[in-house]
Design a protein around this ligand. Structure first.
Ligand SMILES: [Zn+2]
Length: 364
C-alpha cells in the first residue's frame, strides 16, 4: 500500500519533503502536527448514547466505533428517483487503527463506514456514489481506495495527491475508480492569487493525457481568480458545494456571476451539495434555492448533486483541538434530497443532474 502514502492537497511542494515536513509547508503551528490515539476517548454525548444504545456505550474504548454516529435520512424521499442516480459527494472515515489520520489534519471525524453509505443510499434510492478523499488523511488515499474496492463498479473516487505520486501510482488509482483530484483552498486558508493559479496549472499539467478532472473546494473569490484558467483548461473543472457562495447573500454576491458564466460555458460543473455549508437555515436551507435555481438555469448539463455525507464538522471550535473527535453533523439527507425537486421541478432536468452528468464526468 505504499503507493498511496503521500501527503498534501497542494502540488507545489518542493520535491523530497516528507510527510511531517510537508505539514510545515502549510505554515501550521507545531501543535497541529502531533499524532494522538486519544481521538476516541471523549465522553459520549446523550445523542450518541441514544443512537448507539446502552450496550455499545458501555463496551469500553471501542464503543465509538460501535455507534452508528453518521446521520441516516429521517425524511422519506418524496419524488421518483431515476435509476442510476448518483450521489457525487460523500466521504468515508475508516477505523483509524487500520487507516491512521494525517498528523497535520485540522479536525478529527468520527468513523463512517461503507456499510453506512450503503444504508444511506438504499434509503435515498441512489445507485451510484462518488467518494472524495478527505484532508484528514493528507494525501494518503488508502481509506477511500479500500472503500472503492468494496463498492465496486458503482463507485468512483476523487483523490488528494501531491507531486511525489508517480504515474504508475496514478494508474493504480485510476484502476480502482479514481477519476479526478481535489484542490482545497479552504481548510488551510485562501492562498495568494499567484499560488492559486500555480497550483491549478500544476494540477492541469499533472493530469494531461488522463481522462480525469479537477475538483475545487473554494470560495467564490478563488473562482474569480481562476476564471481565465478554467476557460482555457483542457479538462473539466468541478466546483464543490455551490463554490462556497453564501446563501444569505443571494445571486448578486460578488463572484456568483463568474460562476454562472463558467457553468454556462460548459467548462465547469457546480455541485449543488452541502447546502448546510452555505446556509444557516436548518433544516431545509431554503435560502439556497435561488442559488441552485440560477445554476441549474445556466446549464443543467453542468450540475451535479451530492449529500456531503457523513457531514464532518471541520469548523474551528474554541477549545477543540485538531486531534479531538468532532461529532459528525446530524443532517437529514432525505429532507435535503427533497429540495432538489424544488430546485429542479422538471423530471427530465433532475435525470440530467442525477444520472447523465455523473455518467459523463465520472465514466460510469
Ligand atoms: Zn465533504
Amino acid at each position: 500500500m505504499n503507493l498511496l502514502i503521500c501527503a498534501d492537497a497542494l502540488i507545489d511542494r518542493p520535491a523530497g519533503v516528507g510527510r511531517e515536513r510537508q505539514a510545515k509547508s502549510y505554515g501550521l503551528p507545531m501543535m497541529l502536527m502531533e499524532t494522538s490515539s486519544s481521538g476516541f476517548s471523549r465522553k459520549l454525548t446523550r445523542r450518541e448514547l441514544l443512537i448507539g444504545g446502552l450496550a455499545a456505550a458501555l463496551s469500553g474504548p471501542g464503543a465509538m466505533r460501535a455507534l452508528a454516529s453518521a446521520a441516516q435520512p429521517a425524511t422519506p424521499v418524496s419524488f421518483g428517483v431515476p435509476r442510476d442516480a448518483c450521489d457525487c459527494h460523500t466521504h468515508v472515515f475508516c477505523d483509524p487503527r487500520r487507516f491512521p489520520f494525517w498528523s497535520g489534519r485540522t479536525y478529527t471525524p468520527e468513523t463512517a463506514t461503507v456499510n453506512e453509505t450503503r444504508a444511506l443510499h438504499r434509503a435515498l434510492h441512489v445507485d451510484r456514489i462518488v467518494l472524495v478523499s478527505s484532508l484528514v488523511y493528507g494525501t494518503d488515499n488508502s481509506c477511500m481506495v479500500d472503500a472503492l474496492r468494496q463498492l465496486g463498479h458503482r463507485a468512483r473516487g476523487i483523490a488528494l495527491i501531491d507531486d511525489h505520486l508517480s504515474d504508475t501510482e496514478l494508474d493504480a488509482l485510476a484502476h480502482v475508480g479514481v477519476r479526478g483530484i481535489r484542490l482545497n483552498f479552504v481548510d488551510f486558508g485562501v492562498p495568494d492569487k499567484v499560488i492559486i493559479r500555480q497550483r491549478f496549472q500544476a494540477a492541469v499539467k499533472r493530469l494531461s493525457r488522463r481522462d480525469w478532472h479537477i475538483q475545487i473546494y473554494s470560495g467564490l473569490s478563488v473562482v474569480e481568480v481562476l476564471q481565465d484558467d478554467v476557460m482555457a483548461a483542457p479538462l473539466p473543472i468541478v466546483f464543490d458545494h455551490f463554490a462556497g457562495a453564501r446563501a444569505s447573500l443571494g445571486t448578486s454576491q460578488p463572484g456568483f456571476d463568474v460562476l454562472v458564466k463558467l457553468i454556462r460555458s460548459g467548462k465547469a460543473y457546480a455541485k449543488v451539495s452541502g447546502a448546510y455549508r452555505v446556509s444557516d437555515r436548518a433544516p431545509e436551507y431554503s435560502d439556497v434555492t435561488p442559488l441552485a435555481q440560477a445554476l441549474i438555469a445556466a446549464n443543467p448539463q453542468r450540475i451535479l448533486w451530492g449529500t456531503d455525507w457523513p457531514h464532518p464538522d471541520s469548523s474551528r471550535v474554541p477549545g477543540r483541538r485538531p486531534i479531538d473527535t468532532a461529532p459528525l453533523l446530524q443532517i437529514d439527507d432525505g429532507l435535503l434530497f427533497n429540495q432538489l425537486r424544488v430546485w429542479a421541478p422538471n423530471e427530465d432536468v433532475r435525470k440530467t443532474i442525477l444520472v447523465e452528468n455523473p455518467a459523463r464526468l465520472y465514466g460510469f
